[in-house]
Every structure is written in C-alpha cells, then in structure tokens.
Design a protein around this ligand. Structure first.
Ligand SMILES: [Zn+2]
Length: 271
C-alpha cells in the first residue's frame, strides 16, 4: 500500500492550501475552506482512478452494484444531522480487492469501499454503518482539521507565502515516515461513531449495524495490516459500548438489517 502514501503526498503538494481560516459551524480550527476540502477530494479521486494500483470499478459497467451503493448513500444523506450534505460532492466508489477489509474517505465527500470489506459484512445495516462512519469523518472535516492542528496555522501560512519552499519536501518526508501523526484521534473516531448511529437512525436500517463491523473485526485473528493514515478503524474495546450508549440515547430505533438485499449487492460485484 505504499502507493497510497505517494498519492497522499501528491495531493498535499498539489492541493494549494489556502491561507484563510474557514469560519464555520465545525469544531476546531481549520485552515482549509469548504471549497478546498472539495478540491482536495476531487484531486485525490482523479489520482486514485488514474492509478493502476487501485482497481476502481467503473460505475456504468457495474451499475447494479453502484445502484445499491448509491441507494444506501442517498438514504444516509437524507439525515438532517449532516452539516455539509449540500456543500460536498458525496461520491462513493468501489475498489476491487477482495483481500482488503477497509473503507476510507477523503475531504469533500469522496468515499472508497473495498470489495473485501463489502463481501466480509453480513447485511446492509452493517455496511451502512461503515459508510455513515466515513461520512461523519468527512462532514466533521476531521482530516483537514487534523492537518491544520499538526502543521499549524502560522507554519502553513508561511509555506504558502513562500518563506521556505524546501519545507514542503520536509513535510512530505515527515508524512512518509510518520503517517501516524495524521491518524484520526480517538475523539474523532468516537464522534464519527456517534454520528454514524444518528445518520443511520434516520434511515430504515438498524442503527446498531454501526457496531457490526467492529464486532466482526474483533473476531478476526488475522486481519490484514492497513496503512496507518488510511486505517480509520483502530477499534478500541469500548467503541462498541459507546455505539450502544448513543443508540439508547436516541430512543433506540430498531430498523432492518436487510441481509437479502445485501446479498444482491454482493452478487453484483465482479468475481
Ligand atoms: Zn474512523
């Protein structure tokens, strides 16, 4: 997965981070504007689709699989708990690789789901939970907040003013060596879980499906190693507990798990 790293670096160098702090309803300082979040996502998406390391399934060719993916996405986007459903692009894509149990999202609403993850899960409620979790990271703008926090406003501004052009190379090296710094914080993960339950509660699906992924992962002994930055699921023990607490807190809507419809989704994936 080294290639993911170079994609990220390319984006960081090409993104052209603005010098204005965006003023919005989100928590935490963020040097990126909403437009820059979108541009970040669009650049990343173009890069990943042009990169041979990633077999992104074509939407027209796999229209049935994407039909399921987009239906679930649109259901979740119907939730009024999202702040930026009108602001971001919200594109979901499937990456063909049956050995990877992962999903990730980048700023601006671009979300990627590996066929390995889709096949691994048992029902639509579990899958919607993962997607809702990724959506929450995007909607809460965790990645660009994190970048602002790690590199700092003054530092990023100085770079943009051209005070030290070599620093970009240094950042790239730091990123390559210590991507862990950019990993989502524990609080980011809790917040993403919390809102995933809330978004899913606004659909017909079972909101505690959000925890299904973690329950299944805990059972797996030999799960594949995931690069740190893209590893959005460190799965601490009390995460399942918190999901349960949020679920109870919002009056325990039940909803469907939809295993049959999910089987159709899986069957629409390439062999
Ligand atoms: Zn996460």
């Amino acid at each position: 997965m080294r290639q993911s790293v170079s994609i990220l670096l390319f984006i960081l160098l090409a993104a052209g981070i603005g010098i204005f702090t965006s003023c919005n309803d989100d928590d935490g300082l963020n040097i990126f504007t909403l437009e820059e979040d979108r541009q970040f996502g669009r650049d990343f998406d173009q890069e990943i689709r042009n990169n041979d390391e990633f077999d992104v399934l074509d939407e027209a060719q796999y229209s049935s699989a994407y039909g399921h993916l987009n239906r679930i996405k649109n259901d979740l986007l119907g939730s009024d708990d999202l702040n930026h459903r009108e602001d971001f692009d919200w594109k979901a894509r499937i990456i063909k690789n049956d050995t990877v149990l992962n999903a990730f999202a980048v700023p601006g609403g671009y979300m990627y789901f590996y066929t390995g993850l889709i096949r691994y899960l048992d029902n639509e409620a579990q899958f919607a939970g993962v997607m809702a979790h990724e959506m929450a990271h995007v909607d809460k703008r965790h990645t660009t907040q994190r970048m602002t926090k790690i590199y700092g406003f003054q530092f990023l501004t100085g770079l943009l003013l051209g005070e030290d052009p070599d620093k970009w190379a240094e950042i790239a090296a730091d990123l390559a060596l210590g991507l862990g710094q950019l990993q989502f914080s524990r609080n980011d993960e809790y917040e993403a879980d919390e809102f995933a339950v809330k978004y899913t509660a606004d659909t017909d699906l079972y909101p505690k499906g959000v925890a299904g992924f973690f329950i299944k992962l805990e059972d797996e002994e030999n799960r594949p190693k995931i690069p740190e930055f893209l590893s959005t699921h460190p799965s601490p023990d009390n995460r399942i507990e918190q999901i349960d607490a949020v679920w109870k807190d919002i009056d325990s809507p039940t909803g469907d798990k939809s295993p049959e419809r999910y089987r159709e989704f899986k069957n629409a994936l390439p062999e």
